[in-house]
Write a protein that binds this ligand. Structure first.
Ligand code: HEM
Ligand code: HEM
Length: 238
């Protein structure tokens, strides 16, 4: 049995913590090794001069792939079960209502959504890279620039995400994403039952309702997922 949690402390569903934590861990490894790859092979915009280590490029590719593997599951979670924490149909209206707490919550939801879009861009542009470019000294390929920019965008999005979460919930909210305790009703014991219920719903054709009504957020989810499929398929056609 899991230890009791204080009722006032923010609580995050276990599945969210696993998918969010897994994505963040793989992404931070990709971000660090990406910087090291830049420092080893490029360095045109300065750097902190890490040791030159040529195999770092392949290691970066591996962490990038780990991120790419877990990310689609996190996207599906965030756009369905976690929908409340992403942009809402009335978000823009709420943003014009002045500096009330709701303004910050709305901005935070925008920040969460931006983090997903930024990561999709980083992963897609990574898959468009050719691993022989940097070792051959080719530093001007369009996709290489796009991929470099994606690093800056991702770091900016994470910084914004952390600042906004700190603003709306402080340290307890930030830490709630990484606490190991979970409530009994949230236990992985129940997951096989949930999965078989979902599967039964799919067999009855209920999945058609997932795409109705076609909202902007649903369109964004589909775009992100399609871009991830293309990220795997396009390099095979080269
Ligand atoms: C140390 C790093 C991170 C911390 C401390 C952190 C913290 C948090 C917290 C506290 C929430 C919950 C907000 C709430 O309850 O309203 C959250 C949600 C979220 N985070 Fe992070 N985050 C981190 C990294 C990332 C990264 C790298 C991404 C990149 C994609 C990301 C994407 C998201 C998204 C999309 C949500 C909303 C999830 C949902 O819809 O249920 N986070 N984060
Ligand atoms: C947000 C940051 C980044 C993420 C999430 C990311 C992710 C990825 C992914 C998914 C791949 C494809 C791996 C494969 O198909 O094997 C990749 C490849 C690559 N990335 Fe990144 N990347 C990021 C930033 C950078 C930066 C700033 C550089 C600058 C040097 C870089 C350099 C490369 C190189 C050279 C490759 C080709 C290596 C290979 O395919 O094994 N990445 N990246």
């Amino acid at each position: 049995m899991s230890p009791k949690l204080a009722p006032t402390r923010p609580y995050q569903p276990l599945l969210l913590r696993l998918l969010h934590g897994g994505t963040a861990l793989a992404l931070f490894a990709a971000l660090f090794t990406a910087y090291w790859t830049y420092d080893t092979y490029d360095g045109r915009w300065g750097g902190i001069t890490l040791p030159t280590y040529r195999p770092i490029e392949a290691l970066h590719g591996t962490f990038g792939l780990w991120t790419l593997l877990i990310f689609p599951a996190f996207v599906i979670y965030a756009f369905h079960r976690g929908q409340r924490r992403l942009l809402q149909p009335d978000s823009f209206q709420k943003l014009t209502q002045g500096s009330k707490p709701i303004w910050w919550y709305t901005l935070n939801r925008g920040g969460n959504t931006l983090a997903l879009v930024a990561l999709a861009f980083a992963l897609f542009s990574g898959k468009m890279m050719d691993e022989t470019w940097l070792p051959r000294g080719i530093l001007t390929a369009g996709w290489y620039y796009a991929h470099l920019i994606s690093w800056l965008v991702m770091v900016g999005a994470i910084a914004l995400h952390l600042l906004l979460n700190a603003k709306v919930g402080g340290t307890p909210l930030l830490l709630s994403m990484f606490t190991p305790q979970f409530r009994d009703q949230d236990s992985p014991r129940h997951w096989p039952t949930h999965l078989s219920q979902q599967w039964a719903a799919v067999q009855q054709g209920n999945w058609l309702q997932w795409f109705q009504p076609m909202t902007t957020m649903l369109a964004l989810e589909i775009m992100i997922l399609v871009s991830m499929v293309l990220a795997w398929v396009l390099p095979l056609l080269k």
